[in-house]
Ligand binder design. Structure first.
Ligand SMILES: Nc1nc2c(c(=O)[nH]1)N[C@H]1C(S)=C(S)[C@@H](COP(=O)(O)OP(=O)(O)OC[C@H]3O[C@@H](n4cnc5c(N)ncnc54)[C@H](O)[C@@H]3O)O[C@H]1N2
Ligand code: MOO
Length: 345
């Protein structure tokens, strides 16, 4: 016998409805909403190597000229270009190697043996490469009919003048930027500090890799994906992680504990859907005002976010590892880049 269908009670909402996720913001709009509630992290002064991948908040001007003296760029003889002509000869006075100074002015028709990188003596303006000359004792005979003024030298300040822009703000520092800072005598930089992230991983079925796998369980791997992506891009550090059961009170409590660590951003993974044991949305609404209730994207459409009354953004990603992977690229990395002072296009 068929069970008669029950009439729904008047005024009661239907059960098992779900949010219309597709009316939600695009990933780019979601990033804008998140960033409207997030400040870039404060700056800290760190040694050059620790600044790799981080951003300056202010453009860096050159504190000194480079090169700091006019120098030879080839091994040969420092002399006056105007004296170079067919059959020209010079008396070789001295030798100057890198790190030494030839501070006596050079008399006419004299030359100084000079090493690549050594400072040019006063009154010398050019280097005649050794392969373009013949040396007999202290006498030097040139093999060129003429030479360009300044040939094979680099003038003081010709690469960088004092005050020139050395490194721009708001883009991640590359090894070449750090080397440029060191070349100008800078040993530390003021850069945005890494974002401090708290991570809650939600799900009854999750077991850490390395433990026996109970029936019906999966090995947890979203946290590692997020943590190692942050490491790879030097975009932040996880300051707090917790594994939380599918239980509203447990998630609520875990959110309070994580908030007490004062993170710059709190990320939750899992439980974002509309099933009877998905509590992430309800927990978020207890802790803040919604920024978005879903994102117009697949995979990842059940992502949602809130902001607490003291301005902490709570970002919940779907548990599906495919969705986490996609949202890392489209939402999380752009948001973290903004937090660490990158210029957002
Ligand atoms: N009735 C509807 N159901 C669902 C909808 C919908 O619109 N209506 N959307 C689906 C979509 S799309 C997604 S995505 C999921 C998101 O759900 P949750 O955020 O609640 O994800 P979970 O149920 O927690 O997990 C999904 C899947 O991924 C596994 N998982 C979870 N966390 C981890 C982890 N840390 N490491 C490895 N694997 C993890 C979990 O075991 C599940 O298999 O909702 C759909 N449902
Ligand atoms: O939003 Mo889901 O599978 O599309 O991640």
């Amino acid at each position: 016998m068929n069970t008669p269908l029950l009439e729904p009670p008047v005024g009661a909402p239907p059960q098992d409805t779900c949010a219309i996720f597709d009316t939600n913001p695009s990933p780019a709009e979601a990033v804008e909403r998140l960033c409207a509630h997030i400040q870039p992290t404060p700056c800290e002064t760190v040694p050059l190597r620790a600044a790799l991948g981080r951003c300056l908040a202010e453009p860096l001007p050159a504190p000194m000229a480079f090169p700091p003296f006019t120098r030879a760029m080839m091994d040969g003889y420092a002399l006056r270009a105007a004296e170079v002509e067919p059959e020209a000869q010079w008396h070789v006075l001295d030798e100057v190697i890198a790190g030494q100074i030839a501070d006596k002015p050079l008399p006419t028709h004299t030359a100084v043996r000079i090493a690549t990188g050594a400072p040019l003596p006063i009154c010398a303006d050019t280097v005649l490469r050794q392969e373009c000359a013949q040396r007999f004792g202290q006498t030097l005979r040139g093999l060129l009919p003429r030479i360009e003024l300044g040939k094979d030298t680099e003038a003081i300040g010709s690469v960088t003048a004092v005050g020139d822009l050395l490194i721009s703000a708001h883009s991640p520092l590359l090894p070449a930027d750090l080397a440029k800072a060191a070349r100008h005598g800078i040993s530390q930089l003021s850069v945005h500090r890494p974002a401090r992230i708290a991570l809650l991983v939600i799900g009854n079925e999750l077991t850490p890799a390395g433990s026996p796998l109970p029936r019906g369980h999966l090995y947890e791997h979203n946290a590692l994906l997020i943590e190692s992506t942050l490491d790879q891009h030097r975009l932040g550090q996880i300051i707090h992680t917790a594994a939380v059961k599918d239980d509203l009170a447990a998630i609520d409590q875990a959110l309070s504990t994580a908030r007490a660590q004062r993170p710059d951003l709190l990320i939750l993974i899992g439980g974002t859907s509309v099933g009877t044991h998905d509590f992430t949305r309800r927990a978020l609404s207890r802790h803040g005002q919604p920024l978005f209730e879903g994102v117009h994207t697949r995979p990842g459409r059940t992502a949602c976010a809130s902001v607490t009354n003291n301005g902490l953004v709570l970002l919940a990603l779907p548990g599906s590892p495919k969705a986490v992977h996609a949202l890392l690229e489209s939402i999380l990395l752009p948001t973290l880049r903004f937090m660490q002072g990158h210029l957002i296009p």
